[in-house]
Design a protein around this ligand. Structure first.
Ligand code: FAD
Length: 300
């Protein structure tokens, strides 16, 4: 592990030892990270990565809106660029470059304001550009990688590369690419649009979410991927699991594919509830649901 004084000598970001990751996940659960670093900017991130020992695990988080961090926390280094890599600019030919720490909602609104259409679906996804690229986030028929022209990545040695969609295997909520390389920016291809129409579309998409999703209590959106030709929510509801709880972790009454934290849920309770849902849906519907949420860390 690098002594903090050494790190402080030339790095400009924020380093915290034992940072509670519950502060960085939308479920509000998750134990401590050995080391947690928010870089000041891209140059600082490059410098920081060069200091991370070769054998140390590196985890990236965005807004933690698709992440279950176990109660024992995460060994190694957690990097969070949210609000730090925040560059957002329109470039030529209806293209926009957005850095990984930009919230999806900000990207969607920026495109609309710039007279560009195609990113409106991102308005209601409560994650970052980096998270959307990693998850191929999508909604209401739109999908992140359908508008990706190129991405900028960084590896654990701090080397930055430009990569293209052909370098990745992209499918529904899945993006498989070069190992140990993370997204620092995306270049998005939009089409010319009318700002007022884009704004109206965003308003209507957000209104739809307000009525179909439990927005008041901590959650991580859809917990399971939709199986081919069906909906996880339908299968969970048909199995009679709405309202079923494990401690303070409950299957939402409003949207059966959401697990809400009623207040004091632990990651272990959420993970147990995920297991219960999988078992009961398999028994009742003969379908094995696969989690969409990413589970990291160790049990306490
Ligand atoms: C209320 C609610 C509604 C939601 N609705 C939708 C929806 O409609 N559609 C949808 O697709 N999702 C939805 N989600 C899930 C979530 O918002 C998306 O998956 C989002 O893309 C995650 O982004 P994030 O920044 O929060 O990533 P995190 O949850 O922090 O991380 C998710 C994964 O991405 C990786 N990652 C994060 N940043 C980077 C990076 N820069 N480079 C490489 N890997 C990275 C992490 O390591 C992790 O594996 C919803 C969630 C909530 C809470």
């Amino acid at each position: 592990m690098i002594p903090q004084a050494h790190t402080d000598a030339y790095l400009r970001g924020t380093l915290r030892m034992g940072e509670q990751l519950a502060r960085h996940t939308s479920w509000r659960v998750g134990g401590p990270a050995d080391r947690y670093y928010e870089p000041a900017d891209l140059d600082d991130l490059v410098q920081f990565l060069r200091t991370v020992p070769a054998q140390e695990a590196i985890h990236w988080i965005g807004l933690g809106s698709n992440l279950l961090v176990r109660d024992g926390g995460v060994r190694g280094t957690v990097l969070c660029v949210t609000g730090r890599l925040k560059g957002l600019a329109a470039i030529a030919d209806n293209r926009v470059r957005a850095e990984a720490g930009v919230p999806c909602a900000q990207l969607a609104r920026f495109c609309v304001r710039s007279g560009l259409s195609g990113a409106e679906f991102l308005a209601g996804i409560p994650g970052t550009v980096g998270g959307a690229l990693a998850m191929n986030a999508g909604a209401f028929g739109g999908e992140t990688w359908r508008i990706v022209l190129a991405v900028e990545t960084i590896d654990r040695h701090g080397q930055i590369r430009t990569r293209f969609p052909g370098d990745y295997k992209v499918s529904y909520r899945s993006v498989v690419g070069p190992e140990q390389e993370w997204f620092v920016a995306g270049h998005f291809q939009l089409v010319a649009g009318v700002a007022a129409e884009g704004k109206a579309l965003i308003r209507s998409l957000l209104a739809k979410r307000g009525t179909t999703q439990p927005t008041q209590l901590p959650n991580a959106g859809s917990v399971f991927r939709n199986p081919p030709g069906d909906h996880a929510a339908r299968l969970i509801e048909a199995t009679g699991l709405k309202g079923v709880c494990e401690g303070d972790a409950c299957v939402s009454e409003l949207h059966a594919n959401f697990i809400i934290n009623r207040g004091k849920a632990t990651a272990a309770q959420i993970e147990r509830l995920i297991g219960i849902i999988q078992e009961r849906v398999l028994a009742a519907q003969n379908v094995r649901l696969e989690p969409e949420v990413r589970i990291i860390g160790v049990e306490s």
